[in-house]
Design a binder for this molecule. Structure first.
Ligand SMILES: Cc1cc2nc3c(=O)[nH]c(=O)nc-3n(C[C@H](O)[C@H](O)[C@H](O)COP(=O)(O)OP(=O)(O)OC[C@H]3O[C@@H](n4cnc5c(N)ncnc54)[C@H](O)[C@@H]3O)c2cc1C
Length: 544
């Protein structure tokens, strides 16, 4: 952009150049290494292509527009007919079109096999690093497949369009669509975590078809083609596929009351909806709605880990970029020890999240890892998403005042990160879910322990930490009634063990060593940048 030489009062100096036209995959050393470890057969051309695409000025501008010109609800058309449509800025459609065309919604199902979930995870993280909100419909569409397959008839009907890479956002007869998106609606006003409190009713009409009446207090991506919805059938809480448009083309009543005015996540429409004479087809067994939808929830939790990790990558990448181009008090910021320590610590957190997220995605490629992923997903969801907001805050502070303005992307990231901890099981609910899994599925504890035990003997601090984890697990098991009071302590300890194990097994030695010292040692700190002696700051900063 050329600037006018008239009326300039000063030269613009010492501002970092725009961080554009970069390959976000090439620059993300930890992600490249983790993909190599967990999807060794994956070609990297696609990731570089995605990395370059999201690194363009145009994509970054689209991400900004999609969030500053957020979706608008249209309850009626101009003649007063009820339509319940959501209008998005073209930038949002461009972003969605790109991600769907690269299979970042359902490629792991369309082309399954070793590495499939890792590859999808890597692509998902690359796009989410720049535009987070559109990850919500991508994620729900990915996650719905195993739940939907519990009703093979419905799966056969919907899967061709679900697995296609065509972005087809118009609401039409499902039979005429070349690509579809799915959402889910569980939360009601009187209870979100506790879905047993759902009051929406489902009256049997025969042949699995039910008529729904009631409401959902949160329903994201209401523009999607169909939803899995929980409602009370005569047999108890059950799961239903509710399409926006019925076979034949008639609209299914799906009354969008309003869009939520949210802290962040602006590009993603989140709505309140009502059902009145709304048709839904049962998925899974009657009265087993939670059991049916839990597969979907497990996978959206994985995507919360991926999304939060992507946010950390954005944070530290922007922070390091600024520090490399900005001088203060006579020296470039990155060369000043206090700043280098902050950047190294932010990178360490992003490394731990990246390696953990990729390892976790790999556990979805392999049925033998089912027990491990049951516990590991909840543990990683709790911890990575809890660490996200503070990481975003510290990253934006590296940009000084610029970081606090909407002209730079980290203000948006700061508002985005908390949602990943709130939805798909808020912190306490996840911590209690870990206790539940440990009590009901002891094989998940054994699998989790085995993953950690495999790395003992490499670092004294890690070995000591594992004993602490085992002690807390034993304490929770021996007194289940008292366990909720230590749930967060336990899950935090497990999460640090999980991160330490993957880093010791696969990350470069300076990263694993830094993690053990700074996250497991006695000299660990609550704030970023207060690293203990022995951490190789330069090695970490070089990877940021
Ligand atoms: C932007 C956004 C989009 C969303 N989109 C969807 C969607 O598409 N579909 C959908 O179904 N839902 C959606 N949700 C809802 C979300 O999943 C719920 O808000 C969340 O599960 C929490 O439920 P709740 O709001 O009813 O809070 P509550 O369940 O009332 O929880 C409140 C607090 O209490 C804690 N808590 C709950 N139980 C316990 C306990 N036993 N012990 C200790 N603490 C406890 C929770 O951790 C939480 O901190 C969305 C939410 C947001 C913010």
């Amino acid at each position: 952009m050329s600037t006018s030489r008239h009326h300039t009062t000063h030269e613009v100096l010492n501002q970092a150049p725009p961080r554009v036209d970069v390959d976000e995959f090439a620059l993300n050393t930890a992600l490249r290494e983790a993909v190599e470890v967990f999807a060794p057969g994956a070609g990297t051309d696609l990731f570089h292509e995605i990395g370059r695409h999201v690194g363009t000025e145009q994509y970054q501008h689209d991400a900004e527009l999609a969030n500053t010109l957020p979706p608008v609800q249209h309850a009626h058309d101009r003649w007063g007919n009820r339509v319940d449509e959501i209008e998005f800025h073209p930038s949002y459609h461009r972003i969605m079109e790109y991600s769907v065309s690269r299979g970042l919604h359902t490629s792991a199902w369309a082309d399954p096999g070793p590495g499939a979930n890792v590859e999808r995870a890597a692509g998902f993280m690359l796009v989410s690093q720049i535009e987070a909100g559109h990850g919500c419909p991508l994620s729900m569409t990915h996650a719905v497949v195993p739940s939907l397959r519990l009703n093979p008839g419905l799966a056969a009907e919907w899967e061709p369009a679900l697995l296609s890479t065509v972005y087809d956002p118009e609401l039409r007869d499902p039979a005429t669509k070349s690509g579809v998106l799915f959402g889910m609606a569980m939360t009601e006003k009187q209870g979100g975590s506790d879905v047993r409190a759902n009051t929406t009713t489902a009256t049997p009409m025969g042949d699995g078809l039910h008529m729904l009446r009631g409401h959902k207090w949160f329903c994201s991506a209401p523009q999607s083609d169909a939803f899995l919805v929980l409602a009370q059938a005569p047999e108890g809480l059950s799961c239903f596929l509710v399409p926006r448009v019925l076979p034949g083309g008639e609209r299914n009543p799906f009354l969008v009351q309003r869009l939520k005015d949210k802290l962040g996540n602006k590009s993603n429409a989140s709505s309140e909806v009502e059902f009145d004479g709304t048709l839904g087809w049962m998925v899974g067994e009657p009265g087993r709605g939670v059991r049916t939808i839990i597969e979907m929830v497990g996978r959206t939790r994985l995507d919360c880990v991926l999304g939060s990790t992507a946010g950390m990558r954005q944070g530290v990448a922007e922070a390091a970029w600024h520090a490399r181009h900005r001088a203060a008090f006579g020296a470039t910021l990155v060369d000043q020890p206090a700043m280098a320590a902050v950047l190294a610590d932010l990178q360490l957190e992003a490394e731990a999240a990246t390696w953990t997220a990729t390892r976790l995605a790999a556990a979805y490629d392999d049925d033998e890892s089912a027990a491990y992923r049951r516990l590991a997903t909840a543990v990683a969801k709790y911890w990575t998403c809890k660490r996200g907001p503070h990481h975003a805050y510290e990253s934006l502070e590296c940009l000084g005042g610029n970081g606090y303005t909407e002209a730079f992307p980290l203000a948006r990231r700061y508002r985005e990160q908390p949602v990943l901890a709130v939805w798909e099981g808020s912190g306490n609910v996840i911590a209690l879910d870990v206790l539940r899994a440990m009590a009901r599925e002891p094989e998940s504890v054994a699998a989790f322990d085995a993953e950690l035990a495999a790395q003992t003997g490499h670092h004294e601090l890690f070995d000591r930490h594992i004993e602490r984890v085992r002690g807390l697990i034993g304490r929770a098991a021996s007194d289940p009634a008292a366990a909720p009071a230590i749930a967060r302590r336990l899950v935090e300890a497990m999460a640090l063990g999980q991160q330490g194990a993957v880093l010791l097994a696969h990350a470069p030695a300076p990263v694993a060593e830094a993690f053990c010292l700074a996250r497991l040692g006695d000299d660990r700190s609550a704030e970023y940048g207060a690293l203990p002696d022995g951490v190789d700051v330069a090695a970490l900063v070089a990877r940021a």
